[in-house]
Each structure stands twice: as C-alpha cells, then as structure tokens.
Write a protein of this length. Structure first.
Length: 202
C-alpha cells in the first residue's frame, strides 16, 4: 500500500513536467502499449505465480517460483511471434513508426511478468517493505529517464517506452537480485527439473 501511494505521489509530481515535454500522440501510443501488455502480463505465468503462496515448505515454493519464471519467458516469446505475424494488420490501424515500438512489447511482458512472480514470493514471505521499495524505485527510474531524455535528447514515443522498460528493469533487479542472492544455496539443493515438472502437474 505504501509503495503504491508513494509511486502515485511521484507520478502526480512529475506529470506537469512530462506533459510539457511530450505530445498527446506519444501518450496515446504508450496507453495502447501498456494496456495490451497488461492483458498478457496477467496470464503470462498461467497463474502459477499464485501457487507460490500454497506450499508449506519453501523448497517446494522455490520450484513453483522457477516454473513461473520459465512460463513467463515462454509466453513473452510467443507474444513476440504473434506480433510478428500481426504487424501487417497493425499497420492498417497505426502509423508505421509506432508499429516498430511493438517489438519491445515481449520484453515489457517478460519484465512485468517476472515482477508479478517475484511479488508473490515476497508476499509469501511477508516482505512487503521490499515490494514498496521496488515499486517506488520503478517509478523514479522510469520518470527520471523520461524527463532527462526529453530535455537532453528528444521527446518521442521511443523515450516513453525506454523509460517504461528501464523502470521495470530496476524493479526486477531490486526484487530478483535479493531473492536469488538469498535463496541461491537453497535453489542448488531444492530445485530440479523433475521437481519443477511435479509442481506443474499439481
């Protein structure tokens, strides 16, 4: 809750600056980009991420975590394949320059999907402070790049997409690095291909 409130405060504080730097068309494309990504992110782990909360043993939960991360990568890849075959159809409805940025959507889905998976891991371990920190770090990184890029380089749709991805990378590093670093020893002994398959079959 605190992380979301802090993130919203930062968003509101930076909004007047960003709206002066970027055109409404840029924000219009970003809204479409984010909306489509969010729909796919919601199913990117095939809801295996919710199963992270269920096992009594952390060793079992780790296998579900690895399974969820792998499924997200697969769904992100398949979404990229789908976008490749749909690019001609998209060209009928959008400008050609904007279509090129859809190539970054699988990356956005991958990063966002992993964030959701890691957030369930931290929820399981009741580490809500780290979730709040990662959310604020994401927004600060995103908006800082968007503002600096708009002032020093160019105000374009690409810069908005770059800020979005940069923010997600920072949030993934802040969550994923702490998770993998802390659980690396346990993963070596507890995670195996057979156990991941068993988690998928339950």
């Amino acid at each position: 809750m605190a992380g979301n409130i802090g993130a919203q405060v930062i968003l509101l504080a930076t909004l007047p600056v960003i709206t002066r730097l970027y055109d409404p068309e840029d924000y219009g494309f970003l809204a479409i980009f984010v909306s489509v990504s969010l729909v796919i992110m919601g199913i990117s782990s095939l809801r295996f991420n919710a199963a992270i909360l269920l096992p009594k043993k952390s060793s079992e939960a780790l296998n579900v975590l690895v399974l969820s991360l792998g499924v997200v990568v697969l769904i992100a890849f398949l979404s990229g394949v789908a976008l490749f075959f749909l690019k001609d159809t998209l060209c009928d409805y959008m400008e050609k320059d904007s279509i090129s940025y859809f190539g970054f959507m699988p990356i956005n889905i991958w990063l966002g999907g992993w964030y959701l998976v890691f957030s369930f891991w931290y929820t399981r371990n009741e580490q809500f402070g780290r979730l709040a920190y990662s959310r604020i770090a994401e927004v600060v990184s995103d908006k800082s790049l968007v503002i600096l890029g708009g002032v020093l380089l160019n105000s374009s749709t690409g810069m908005l997409v770059a800020g979005l991805l940069f923010g997600k990378i920072v949030s993934i590093i802040s969550l994923g690095w702490m998770t993998l670093g802390k659980e690396l020893a346990n993963m070596r002994t507890s995670v195996s291909f057979d156990r991941v398959k068993l988690a998928a079959s339950r």
